[in-house]
Ligand binder design. Sequence first.
Ligand SMILES: [Ca+2]
Ligand SMILES: [Ca+2]
Ligand SMILES: [Ca+2]
Length: 226
Amino acid sequence: MTAAKRTLLFFLPILVPAFEIELRQAEIPFTHANSATTRKYLPETMGGGVAVLDYDNDGRLDIFFVNGAKIQDPMRPGQAPDKSDGKYWNRLYHQKPDGTFQDVTEKAGLTGMPQNRYGMGVAVGDFDNDGFPDLYVTGYGGNTLYRNNGDGTFLDVTERAGVAGDGWSTSAGFFDFDNDGRLDLCGPLFAVELRRRPVLRRKETGGPRLLPSGQLQGCNEPAVPQ
Ligand SMILES: [Ca+2]
Ligand SMILES: [Ca+2]
Ligand SMILES: [Ca+2]
């Protein structure tokens, strides 16, 4: 080995390009609030769901957090969760071009008020095929389907779609189980097909599952009048 080659090998490590890593302060101050009670109700022992989606189609991912609600200690029959305090609001953070996030919850109409449900999970899907992702938020006390208006705001279309449910729902997911081009909705307690006259179907035991044949097993019992 010549002296020149030895010199090159000696300096080779410092010829490797150095990459500058910029650590950005994301500034996402969300804190889940579970309203802990001495009764230790099951919902208060669980965290809320999170969705990462580009709700405004600007090419940057945004974040939606599902939050709990104020519950009484103990909860009396007929009492409902209360999300009026801002610390219990669900939160939507819009990602800005510099990589930081801005709380746009109130403008978007996604606080969880006035629905007043103890939030659990969230599913993202463009159920109306308008190009903007919509949100389905599950919880104790019912669920909420938010249609993305495409202008930074969302509209509660739960009743019109017939997907409020009742009781307690946790996770959910959109998928087109019958390949008709319209997204359907399924959760551990029920499954819903979003069509002209939506039908809410409840699972009797366990969770619904998609069979290799394409049929949805476990979503056959109506939960609401059709
Ligand atoms: Ca975005
Ligand atoms: Ca949509
Ligand atoms: Ca479908």
